[in-house]
Design a protein around this ligand. Structure first.
Ligand code: SF4
Length: 334
């Protein structure tokens, strides 16, 4: 169960120099928080900035502006000692399990390596034992520990990546599209494994995915990103029952329904055009060039992410127009 916010992201910007005086605005003023013990699903098309945001949270990039606090500590302004501790507490699971595993090491060595770097456990024998326990906890027989990554399937490699991430007893894990590269039949197994591990170890997850079907069964709350901005944040059930933002509605309408009769009847929202370049985003609402509901005022000013109901945040002029002004105190503020 979610308790207090573990992590606050406040007006975060991550811009990259693209040369010729151009700037890629990968993340452009994002504010949200993640509660301790929850899974926060972060969804959006490729190029919306979600993976960049995950990497800033992991401190792989230093933000251009804004602040991230973790248990009250500024993640990008820490002492050397805190830096080392945070590296242990914050772990990442990558999209491509094969590329993220060292092909020259055995699986057991891969899992033991972080423990050796962080000098966890006193002896080699103790680390070996922990590595075998971790293999078992992710559903792999310890006898597999002497094999190399290429001897495993995609799903098994992802399990190895999860065991490695767990080896340092993390508190917070960024899972960057951990099931996108896997067969559909294996995706559910990995999601179930992550859910079980989260429950057993009391972990907090940021689960990044490119469509809403992938985060449905694991997320407590979901944030929908588009072109470097957060469009909607809400509790998972509410988002699937009643999406409020036009972009969320379009994303949901693209999820296939397993029942052929329902699938035939339902209305699809087809977004026109491609995702605009983050080098030159549209004025006003960044979604306006593809939004089926766009109005003249959408070109003039960018809608702020505002709390429209308790725990529901939306950035859209249309919502404000139809339902009236939001209360001043409801503007998102971390
Ligand atoms: Fe569409 Fe306008 Fe709302 Fe943006 S602000 S999502 S363009 S209606």
């Amino acid at each position: 169960m979610a308790t207090a916010p573990l992590l606050h992201v406040n007006q975060l910007k991550m811009h990259f120099d693209a040369g010729r005086k151009k700037t890629v605005k990968a993340v452009d003023g994002v504010t949200f928080h993640i509660y301790e013990g929850e899974t926060f699903g972060l969804v959006g098309e490729s190029g919306c900035g979600k993976s960049t945001l995950g990497r800033v949270l992991m401190r792989l990039y230093h933000p251009t502006a804004g602040k991230i606090t973790y248990r009250g500590t500024d993640l990008h302004d820490v002492s050397e000692k805190d830096h080392f501790t945070l590296n242990r507490k914050l772990q990442m699971i990558f999209q491509d399990p094969y590329a993220s595993l060292n092909p020259r090491l055995t699986v057991r060595e891969i899992i033991m390596e972080p423990m050796e770097i962080h000098q966890l456990y006193n002896t080699h024998k103790a680390r070996l034992q922990i590595a075998d326990e971790l293999l078992e906890s992710v559903g792999l027989h310890p006898a597999f520990g002497s094999r190399y990554p290429h001897e495993f399937s995609g799903g098994q490699r992802q399990r190895i990546g999860i065991a490695r991430a767990l080896s340092l007893h993390p508190e917070f894990i960024v899972a960057d599209e951990p099931i996108s590269a896997l067969d559909v039949s294996v995706q559910a197994q990995v999601v179930n494994l992550l859910k079980r591990i989260q429950k057993e170890k009391g972990l907090t997850f940021l689960f990044i995915a490119h469509d809403l079907s992938m985060v449905k069964h694991i997320s407590d709350r979901i944030g929908v990103m588009y072109l470097g901005h957060m469009m909607e944040i809400t509790e998972s059930g509410a988002l699937y029952r009643e999406p409020l933002h036009p972009y969320t509605k379009a994303l949901l309408s693209s999820i296939p329904i397993p029942d052929p009769e329902l699938e035939d009847k339902r209305e699809r929202i087809i977004l026109k055009g491609e995702l605009p370049s983050p080098v030159n985003p549209p004025s006003g609402c960044v979604f306006r060039t593809r939004c089926p509901e766009a109005m003249p005022e959408c070109k003039e000013s960018r809608p702020m992410l505002e709390e429209v109901e308790t725990g529901r945040f939306v950035a859209c002029h249309l919502y404000r127009k139809e339902r009236g002004p939001f209360k001043e105190k409801s503007k998102i503020d971390v």
